[in-house]
Design a protein around this ligand. Structure first.
Ligand SMILES: [Zn+2]
Length: 81
């Protein structure tokens, strides 16, 4: 006698949160054995991240970065399935 479970799953629509702007940041991943790890601030303007990179290159010669973007979203209840 099997115990059949059914799960109801509600879909959510994901919308950008208009109250919050996306932010950009960079981490220096240059280095032979370990990443440098230097991190920029989170910036709303990509220009500021690019300037941080340029300054870090000037100071260290490091040339490889991981750039990230983060945004805020709202989950709006949708249909049940
Ligand atoms: Zn570095």
């Amino acid at each position: 006698m099997g115990n059949v479970q059914s799960f109801r799953f509600r879909n959510y629509e994901i919308h950008p949160d208009s109250l919050s702007e996306p932010t950009y940041a960079a981490t220096c991943v240059s280095g032979d054995e370990a990443d440098c790890g230097a991190q920029s601030d989170e910036e709303v303007e990509t220009d500021k991240v690019e300037r941080w990179i340029a300054e870090h290159v000037r100071d260290t010669g490091h040339r490889r970065y991981r750039r990230t973007m983060a945004d805020y979203v709202m989950a709006e209840p949708g249909a049940w399935q």
